[in-house]
Structure formats: C-alpha cells, structure tokens
Ligand binder design. Sequence first.
Ligand SMILES: Nc1nc2c(ncn2[C@@H]2O[C@H](COP(=O)(O)OP(=O)(O)OP(=O)(O)O)[C@@H](O)[C@H]2O)c(=O)[nH]1
Ligand SMILES: [Mg+2]
Length: 356
Amino acid sequence: MPRRKKINNSSSKAPDKNEYPDNENTENENTENENTENETIDDETIDHDNSSASMGYTENKDYRSGFVTVAGLPNAGKSTLINSFFKSKPMITSWKAQTTRFHVRCISTNEKRQIIFVDTPGWHGESGNLEKYMLNEIKKGLEGIDVLLFLIDVSDKKIDKAISIYKKAVSSSSGVGWKIIALSKVDKIKRASILPVLEKVNNECDCDEIIPLSSLKKENLEALDNAISQKLPHGPQFYPEYVTVDKPVDFVFSEFIREQIHRLTHAEVPFSTAVEVNEAEESDTEVFIDASIYVERETQKGILIGEKGRSIKLIKTRARERISKFTGKKVHMTVKVKVSEKWTRNASRMRYLGYR
Ligand SMILES: Nc1nc2c(ncn2[C@@H]2O[C@H](COP(=O)(O)OP(=O)(O)OP(=O)(O)O)[C@@H](O)[C@H]2O)c(=O)[nH]1
Ligand SMILES: [Mg+2]
C-alpha cells in the first residue's frame, strides 16, 4: 500500500503553500464532445512553464514582475489565452460563456520576468446572486494592477458592447498603469476583416497597445508576452518558479471537475452546479479525490447522472484525465451528486459552497 498524505486544503495566498509544479508530461487538453468546438491547444504553446523550484532570479536587478488582470466579455477567450503561457493549462475553459467564476492568479516565470495573471469571470450584466458575486470578483481583479489586458473577440458581433465594457473597466480600476487590448480569435475571421476592427478600437479606446492574436493558432503570443514584459515594473520574483496557480490544489481539482460539467452538460445545468472537493490525498504516484457535485433541483441531478449513469461517468473520466495531466499522477476519484435547493439564490448556501 503506497504512503498517502493529505493534500494541503487551506486557502492561502502564500506562495509556498499549494500547488503542483507544472508537469513536463502535461500536454493537450481534452477535446469536447463532437458537437462542440475543438478546445484543444497543443503543447507547442509558448513554454514559459516554471521548471525548477527556486527563487533563482531574485538577484537580477533588471528583473520585472507584476499583476496583469485579464478582462473582457464572457467567452472572449481570456482563460484560453492565459493557458497558452502554461503547459499544464491551469484555467478551465469551455465554449459556453461564463465558465470562469472566480478570479484566479496564474504565475508565469522566466529569467526576465514574472507575470501574475489574474483571470476574471466574463463581464456581464448583474441579476442573480451568482452574477453579483462574479461582478464583484471582476472588480477585485482590477484592484492595484500593473497592466489591464482586455480581450475583444474579433469574431463576435458585440464589438460595441465590448468597447463600452472596456471603458467601464478602465474607469473602475483606479491607477491602472498600462492598458493593452488583445483582439482575440483572429483565426476565426478573414484577414481583411481584422483591420476595420483594429481601426475602430484604436479610434474609440484609450489604450497603450492593441495586439491582434489567436491563442488556438498561437499567433502573436510572443508579441503579447514582450509587450507585457516591457510594461511590468522592476521588482522581485514574488513566487517560486514552481508555483503556477495561487489557489489551494483542492480548488484546482474542483474546477477541473466543473470544467467537464460545463463542457458536457447543457441548458441551465452547468450554471446551477457547484463542486466541492471533500478530501484529496496523494502518494508519490497517485491522487485520491472525494468530491461532491451540487445542483439545485432533483431534475438536474437526473440529467447530470444521465441514463444508466453514463453522463456522470463521462464527466468523471474526463476530469480524471485532466487532473492526471496536471499532476502527472494516476487519479482515483469518487463523486456524489447532491441537491442543494436553489443554492444560487441563497447567500449562506453560496458561502458554504465557496462563493464568499
Ligand atoms: N478559434 C478560436 N477559439 C478560441 C480562441 N481562444 C479561445 N477560443 C475558444 O473560445 C471559447 C471560450 O474560451 P474561454 O477561454 O473559456 O473564454 P473566457 O473569456 O475565459 O470565458 P468566460 O470564463 O466564460 O468569461 C472556447 O471554446 C475556446 O476554445 C482562439 O484564439 N481561436
Ligand atoms: Mg474564463
């Protein structure tokens, strides 16, 4: 029987307290089911993964470091762009809007600079408690940052809306040093159609740089990295190189499970789901996870489990693969689906499920 130890569960901002170092074996993300877009980004993304475990660059006087908040409309490609800086793809993504619910820091380190990306939920109108919570998360992500990286999806018709949200983002983030607008998903439209969008954004938005790019086709990602790196202030390496996500690892696991629910279920089910990891243990080669999935109604529970348990089985298999790629270990997982009546409308239930 291999020795197992509990994986640290405490929520912490301290760099030494959590996360797995990126694993060299991590490669492609899962693709979604046949009816959806291809979610894969292969492993030739800019490889800035943090490899050795040290604060090795602290002596470098020219070193730059700082916070880059990534904001934009839901589905603009924010989490995918952050993932392109990491082999392990720490952020969850899906073709459905409003995948990201929490602002999460992802730390990319090399010999010249440390970028602390703050991923934020897509900015949208507020109505229910969950939306209010997400809006608050965005505002938190804009506090005291060095660079605002705002994504505008060039293939989306809602360019005007994106521009107006950009203006709001700039006005609600007092003292943002630099503003970069990334025109995302350029691979989805004809080259000739990019220029008018670029001109419009240039005319209407006050920003320091506009960079058209594609995370999926890896276009202009180096240019973005250089632009960000030049704008970061001189400063220390805040995190050791092996830290890539500043959240407890049980949170990261719960997000990987939620990602698959988001990708594989439909209608309101993904938006009514919360995931809690009750226990996570590891040995040198294996990870053991016990998780609960909460939905709001019995009917949703039925959909999530699926006929003869097929749906939950697929969710578990995909989540296990994802966590296995992230940790480099074999993953064992037990999952129970539970009903927490109307949790998105109940403040104390939301708190209980981690939406604080
Ligand atoms: N074709 C193409 N698709 C992309 C690109 N970047 C992201 N996508 C797709 O866009 C969808 C949304 O991507 P996400 O990264 O989850 O978007 P997000 O802005 O984080 O979304 P929310 O968290 O919901 O606000 C996914 O299906 C991605 O695969 C790109 O460069 N090209
Ligand atoms: Mg996202």
